[in-house]
Design a protein around this ligand. Structure first.
Ligand code: SF4
Ligand code: SF4
Length: 174
């Protein structure tokens, strides 16, 4: 099996994310509510009973790289939020397919998702508010993209560890 360098893997991840975002945008988003007009902006990211985003090590690396571009004080504030979230929601030992949910530490009231245009996880790209269930993107579309990312991550770090809750994945690198 050929392994990827981290740099190559991050490029592959960006391409999977780009293709997936195109599929969602072109095929489904027209039927979803426009987030710009949302009266409860960010509810989807802060609802501690709903958010259960899991990420691979590679996605965590991509997100941490974006955090590292921010001013030092801001980086420290995010680091603290990530650690607090793991603690508050008891995520440390959460299994990949477990139901533990959390309020996402990457959501900022003034700017929204900190990694919106750069390293947003696949389930977040897929998520929108649809009035009709039949308009939602099929689960298989997300699963296919997640399998591709898992495989790239596995061929980069040689680990078969399953994706972790986002705050746990970040905590291990921050
Ligand atoms: S996904 Fe839904 S809850 Fe979140 S900002 Fe968009 S419309 Fe609002
Ligand atoms: S990663 Fe971004 S879009 Fe996803 S739950 Fe967190 S703040 Fe929301």
């Amino acid at each position: 099996m050929r392994f990827y360098s981290e740099k190559t893997a991050l490029e592959h991840l960006a391409e999977v994310r780009r293709q997936f975002a195109d599929q969602i945008r072109n095929g489904f988003e027209h039927a979803a509510k426009d987030c710009q007009t949302c009266e409860t902006k960010g509810a989807c990211c802060l609802d501690a009973h709903f958010v259960n985003v899991r990420i691979t090590r590679l996605e965590a690396v991509a997100i941490v790289r974006e955090i590292e571009r921010l001013p030092v004080g801001k980086q420290e504030a995010i680091r603290k939020k990530v650690f607090d979230t793991v603690e508050r929601f008891g995520l440390e030992n959460a299994a990949a397919h477990s139901k533990e949910t959390f309020a996402c530490p990457l959501f900022e009231r003034d700017t929204g998702c900190l990694v919106h245009g750069t390293a947003k996880p696949l389930p977040c790209i897929a998520h929108a508010c649809y009035e009709r269930k039949e308009d939602l993107p099929p689960d298989e579309l997300l699963q296919e993209a997640e399998v591709r990312v898992y495989e790239i991550s596995r061929r980069t770090y040689g680990s078969t560890a399953l994706p972790k809750p986002l705050p746990v994945g970040l905590k291990q690198l921050l």
